[in-house]
Design a protein around this ligand. Sequence first.
Ligand code: FES
Length: 324
Amino acid sequence: MSEPVEWGGATLRSIRDLTPDIRLFEIEPEGEFVHPTPGSHINVAVLIDGRADVRSYSIVGPCTDGFYQIAVKLLGDTRGGSAYMWSLAPGAKLTVSTPGNHFELSRGRPEYLLLAGGIGITPIYTMALALAQAGANVRLLYACRRRQDFAFLDDLQERLGPRLQVFVDEEGQRADLDAEIARLAPGGELYVCGPIGMLEAAKRAWHASGRPVDQLRFETFGNSGRYPSEAFRVKIPRLHMEIEVPQNKTLLDALEEAGVGMISDCRRGECGLCALPILETDGIVDHRDVFFSDEEKAANVKLCTCVSRVAGGSITIDTADRAA
Ligand code: FES
């Protein structure tokens, strides 16, 4: 399974709060129910400031009853998809895709190490259930900022017992990734979903261990920068343009709306297709992608426009041969 292709109508059957800011949505498709594999997501058509847009959400749990379950964290610092989802009541009509999967779980590995941060637990939870049910050798490291932020904790404790370790950031608890990776059986795999800082730390520790790159798998969510999202100005001398990127809009969306011909695919900082050259900036480029290396980000030569932003200033970029 890869990219979802079929769109259709659906009904929001129920909602349930898992934490103060994570809500579970149970969605019944009108057409065929396609059984999701662990790591799958569905796309949901949303309205943001009256404008049609699409958001991807990881599917939660095995979904054995013919409904898709997704969990959405309400964030003020986002493009507005979560606010739209939280405005919905049971019975609401939706347009959703069939499941796709860019974060597939391999089978038959000698050991699995799962690492989740915050709302990144959604695909990892589903993987943990599937692996535990299959009798696989699995451990889960689950970190959140506060104790009340943990979702699915009772269920995970019941299924995994001592194979689950939790870490509360504000209590100073941190996973020792070097040690955890060193404990992993040869041929074991690491699956990570969490904020960009966690992903980068996991990538550094994995590469330092010398293990094969393809045995580290990760998924991102593109709103987890080092700085809060704020509006910023973008100058494009080649096109004689200057535009404002609002706080709740990506640079890529703003460029497209201004008529700049852009190329993109994942729109989540993974493929690099939307990257543009940086000519200069008087702010800080908040690189939120997992496409560029640490060295490339430090050099500030390009940025992934679908997720990265500027804090405390403006930026001047080039669009190469893309015309307005
Ligand atoms: S579209 Fe893939 S990194 Fe931006």
